[in-house]
Design a protein around this ligand. Sequence first.
Ligand SMILES: Cc1cc2nc3c(=O)[nH]c(=O)nc-3n(C[C@H](O)[C@H](O)[C@H](O)COP(=O)(O)OP(=O)(O)OC[C@H]3O[C@@H](n4cnc5c(N)ncnc54)[C@H](O)[C@@H]3O)c2cc1C
Length: 354
Amino acid sequence: MSKFHPLTVTDIHRTIRDAVVLTLKPDDDFAFQFVPGQYLTFKQDFDRTELRRNYSICAGLDDGTLQVGIKRVDGGAFSTFANSDLAVGDTLFAMPPMGSFGVKTEPNKAKSYLAFAGGSGITPILSILKTTLAREPNSTFTLIYANRAVHTIMFRDELEDLKNRYMQRFTLIHVLETGQDIDLFSGRVDAEKCAVLFKSWIDIASVDTALICGPEPMMLAISAALETHGLSKDQIRFELFGAGQQGRLARQAVKDAAQGTPATRAKITLDGTTHQIEMAKDTSVLQTAIDNQLDPPFACRAGVCSTCKARVTEGEYQMLTNHALEDYEVEAGYVLTCQCYPLSDTLIIDYDQH
Ligand SMILES: Cc1cc2nc3c(=O)[nH]c(=O)nc-3n(C[C@H](O)[C@H](O)[C@H](O)COP(=O)(O)OP(=O)(O)OC[C@H]3O[C@@H](n4cnc5c(N)ncnc54)[C@H](O)[C@@H]3O)c2cc1C
């Protein structure tokens, strides 16, 4: 079952004109313990339609609070509501923290982290950054933060404070599309910019882990540049907030291929109960579970977040899009059920093996 808990909004702080930081008090603090890099899935009714949206936790583990940062998207339902209508004392509903972006803190290690954030992509990185600097006293952290202009930089003061506090271990580089005098720090963070940065400012050979969170084109360009400059796939972690290509063509191909094929006998386990269901080959596992009132967990429905993750233990399937699961998870049979379609005549899926 999707377990939504009430959270009281105890503070709303505007970090820039178009973004708010919400401080939230859950009814159950234990359920909302988090690992830096994780996100919350909120649900909210708009014109009697329920929308679900993910927002990454921006607080560090030692802040003793639960906070998310929400940047307004033009015409966006939830982000506009959060920025314009939400008030202190209101109640939001969210599932406990999820997601596997982020790194395990190892206090005795001396590691070198390199992070890239674009716009609101700073939120999970800020949580990881604060926690790592506080809990790994021998590690260093370099953050390249891309924004349109100075006035769109979320958490600018907080980042400056961290820079002053951890002067020897935290390097902050702002790259702005407009308003920077130095060429290197102007424009977009693309392959060319990375090549110059890696030549003059960042010793890529010493980097243990790279973290990227931002728009899809920026993320793809940076991860390719990191690999070109010697980092392995395992060293690069990323979190995507939204995908440009929603896979309509792939879904049409599934529909075409499914015509005239027999239904799949599926067994779907959720909350300890196994349900036997006939599912059409052109219907995703998630949609089948929803249609059968199983109340499965889900949010983006676009293969971007991992809220609907489950494990296929028997049968063949195809996953149309995956921006969230690591290769080793896919090899182990984990799927994003919103993108998972049956190929075989039987399929066994377990949501409890999350
Ligand atoms: C794992 C994860 C973590 C995230 N963390 C954060 C975070 O920390 N901070 C943050 O700010 N965001 C975060 N996001 C993004 C966030 O979840 C939302 O996608 C974002 O806030 C937009 O949601 P919305 O409801 O405001 O916009 P939506 O209503 O979904 O609209 C998005 C865009 O689509 C357009 N649109 C909507 N409906 C239509 C239509 N019918 N036809 C044409 N265009 C349309 C809108 O104009 C808008 O430009 C995260 C996403 C993921 C997957």
